[in-house]
Design a binder for this molecule. Structure first.
Ligand code: TXA
Ligand code: MG
Length: 330
């Protein structure tokens, strides 16, 4: 969906992500404003990570609890080393997988310029170098690390198109750079390289298997019962409708999120990947959930998706979207 339509319905300013717009966006960021921008994973809601007041606007716009820290997006490994302390494993992961869908949680460096609010007061910092050319151009033009959570209201489905940002955040954002759909469609994988062996805090667009192959070890899971990435609370990524997981049949009054063509063909059924391709399914996941939810179904039945490779992150998001919604996370 292109910008004009969303602009009419919600009033958020969406502009094509051309060179002039990136220049304007950088000026807005340096002045303390908020700019939504595309990354290879999902759209981010960016602010200058060195300005406390700008970062406070992110929390306000998203309705995000102040205990949930943000990822700082940096141009390259050198810029990252000014913010975080890299262990040998962290260096290896960054050199193999950056730029790309990998976030590293590291001890804060003495030279760090990111403000305390980005870290939610923690002595650690989450860092990532995205591969999307517009994200990289924006970081470079701004000349600062950019704090950027996914550009959705806290707890909602992450945006994979500029129009999704406008629908969720509207005029709370100063500018939305539109570069079309995000190619991966799932957030970055988060690895903590703190004390002890690296730990997987959030499965995402880079598979656990790829990371384990690179390190030559199995990754430790987050400590049981302890939420180490504060954003990983139970309910998240949630559409309005309830979700019914691992469904093999479809009731008359349910919408269907299919995988591999097991549901009957009808207007309120979308197939994540008829050919059972997990990359295609990841890229379609959030936009299909939004499209089905727009019909206001009682429930969305979701066909089983394999749990290997990118399937781990897809299943993680589906489980959180299906979780009870007593608390609103981040
Ligand atoms: O792909 C992505 O990672 C996207 C794009 C925009 O880069 N960003 C994103 O940000 O998904 P957000 O804020 O929606 O998710 C960041 C996650 C949250 O679960 C947060 O709790 C965790 O990272 N996090 C951030 N800083 C952390 C830290 N110092 N320690 C542990 N977890 C941290
Ligand atoms: Mg998010």
């Amino acid at each position: 969906m292109k910008g004009d339509f969303a602009e009419k319905i919600v009033g958020g300013r969406i502009v094509p992500a051309e060179a002039a717009a990136v220049g304007e966006a950088a000026a807005i960021l340096r002045a303390g404003g908020l700019v939504a921008f595309p990354t290879e994973t999902v759209y981010g809601l960016g602010a200058d990570a060195t300005q406390e007041a700008a970062v406070a606007r992110i929390y306000a716009a998203k309705g995000r609890p102040a205990f949930n820290p943000l990822i700082a997006h940096v141009e390259n490994l050198e810029a990252a080393r000014a913010q975080g302390l890299f262990s040998a494993e962290a260096r290896k992961l960054a050199s193999l997988f950056w730029p790309g869908p990998l976030t590293l949680v590291l001890p804060l460096a003495a030279t760090a310029t990111v403000c305390a609010l980005v870290r939610a007061g923690k002595e650690t910092i989450a860092l990532r170098t995205p591969s999307h050319p517009i994200a990289l151009a924006l970081i470079e033009a701004t000349g600062r690390p950019l704090a950027a959570p996914s550009a959705n209201r806290s707890g909602h489905i992450s945006p994979v198109a500029a129009a999704h940002v406008a629908q969720d955040l509207g005029s709370a954002v100063d500018l939305i750079l539109d570069a079309g759909p995000c190619p991966l469609g799932l957030e970055s994988t988060i690895i903590a390289c703190l004390e002890g062996p690296p730990r997987l805090l959030r499965p995402g667009g880079l598979s656990r298997e790829a990371i384990e192959d690179a390190l030559g070890v199995r990754l430790d899971e987050p400590t049981k019962g302890k939420v180490e990435a504060p954003g990983m609370l139970a309910s998240h990524y949630a559409p309005r409708a309830r979700l019914r997981l691992d469904a093999r049949t479809l009731a008359e009054d349910e919408a269907g999120l299919d995988f591999g063509g097991i549901f009957p063909c009808r207007t309120n059924v979308l197939d994540l990947s008829p050919g059972r391709d997990l990359e295609e399914a990841a890229a379609n996941l959030y936009s299909f959930l939004r499209l089905l939810d727009a019909h206001r179904p009682r429930c969305i039945a979701v066909a089983p998706v394999p749990k290997t490779g990118l399937g781990a992150a897809i299943n993680d998001r589906l489980a959180r979207a299906a979780a009870p919604r007593a608390c609103d996370p981040g």
